[in-house]
Ligand binder design. Structure first.
Ligand SMILES: *Cc1c(COP(=O)(O)O)cnc(C)c1O
Length: 383
């Protein structure tokens, strides 16, 4: 069997054609494809605004800044995520803390969040922003998190890097019904790709204006945002300290084309999940729990085995040419975060989860035969 990666992009002839068209057009960046791609994102999710950027990491950074995160502020996220969900707060000079995960969904635990908020209130050290992450593409319980945000007065950024195409209570993830800003990633292992890329979505006019400025140097040609009278048609002003976090039109045209296949991709991912669930049901592995009111986009399919055999099984699967992975080493155990004072034992559910997990191949173009082969090998190696 040839090597089966854990995730892989799907690039069609249509994608190639539209990228070539952009490449030979007048605009390869700052042109019309950006807005067209953003239009697809708002049409799909129902959010009022989308701002495409060069990565989800940039989008998370800008999202924090737009919500006013700065020095002495506190931002909370989950330890089971990619480091970018926490790093974005550090970029702003804020302090990061984590909320341990739920034992069923492995998303941020709402009960632990409520407890931690109660304690933080007593200590007068409440978070300014909470960043729930929709692990593998299963939405967090956003309605409950939103209720807590009303009670304790924090803002919400959904890190939906895994979750474009997913639904929560029947509505698309990214509609920002229960959050201030939602962030998507378009890295090639994610569901829709622009090679590198990300986006902020929001329903708030003021937040959008701020995000839009920060993505491009804090510079504006909008008279309403300028401090001084325009000197003439050439005139622009820098009114914020922004960045160059722009997406190119080449990338946006790839994303524009990919968005047409988003629903198809998610359906295919569900077929793969059904096959995995069927072929693995009698094996000694724990399969992901699925909440009833969430439609999972299945960026990842994570199985659990007992901690004593995880490393061995992982190595054997790699030797069998199966590109398994682990998502994730808890962020608080990364050396950089340990240097900030976090240590083993701080978030025990996340740590136990980490010891047991293996992400097995999950992408829309994986074949039935490949899925069968992966399951057969899992059966062979797991006791
Ligand atoms: C991939 C990912 C990111 C970062 O995305 P980039 O587009 O690579 O910057 C952030 N958060 C989560 C949960 C991710 O999976």
């Amino acid at each position: 069997m040839k090597y089966i990666p854990y995730g892989r992009q799907d690039i069609t002839q249509d994608d190639i054609n539209i990228v070539l068209e952009t490449l030979t057009s007048d605009w390869i960046t700052q042109g019309p494809m950006i807005e067209k791609f953003e239009g697809k994102l708002t049409a799909y999710t129902g959010a009022k605004y989308a701002s495409a950027m060069n990565s989800a990491t940039s989008a998370l950074h800008v999202a924090c800044l737009a919500l006013g995160v700065g020095k002495d502020d506190l931002v909370w996220t989950t330890p089971i995520t990619f480091v970018a969900s926490a790093n974005c707060a550090l970029y702003c000079g804020a302090e990061v803390d984590f909320v341990d995960i739920d034992t069923a969904t492995f998303n941020m635990s709402v009960e632990k969040l409520a407890e931690k908020l109660q304690m933080a209130k007593e200590k007068k050290r409440l978070p300014k922003v909470v960043i729930p992450v929709h692990m593998t593409g299963q939405s967090c319980e956003m309605e409950k998190i939103h209720q807590l945000s009303q009670e304790y007065g924090f803002k919400i950024i959904e890190d939906a890097s895994h979750a474009i195409g997913g639904k929560y209570k029947g509505a698309p993830v990214g509609n920002c019904k229960y959050s201030d800003i939602t962030v998507f990633s378009f890295h090639p292992v994610k569901i829709v790709t622009t090679a590198e890329g990300g986006a902020c979505l929001t329903n708030d006019d003021k937040l959008f204006q701020k995000i839009d400025l920060l993505r491009s140097h804090g510079v504006t040609r909008n008279k309403e945002l300028m401090k001084n009278e325009s000197h003439g048609p050439w005139y622009y002003e820098q009114v914020e300290l922004g960045f160059n976090y722009r997406m190119t039109d080449i990338q946006a045209s790839l994303g524009f084309s990919q968005m047409d296949r988003l629903d198809q991709y998610i359906e295919r991912r569900h077929e793969v999940v059904d096959q995995y669930r069927e072929l693995l049901k009698d094996k000694n592995v724990k399969l992901p729990f699925q909440l009833e009111d969430c439609y999972n986009s299945y960026h990842l399919f994570v199985i659990q085995v007992s901690a004593d055999q995880r490393k061995k099984v992982f190595e054997q699967l790699r030797e069998a040419n199966i590109g398994v992975n682990v998502h994730y080493l808890p962020v608080h155990l990364q050396p950089y975060y340990e240097n900030l004072g976090f240590k083993k034992g701080d978030f025990p559910v996340a740590e136990e989860y980490y010891e047991q997990i293996i992400s097995i191949p999950m992408f829309p173009t994986i074949t039935k035969e490949e899925v069968s082969y992966v399951c057969e090998k899992i059966g062979e190696f797991v006791h």
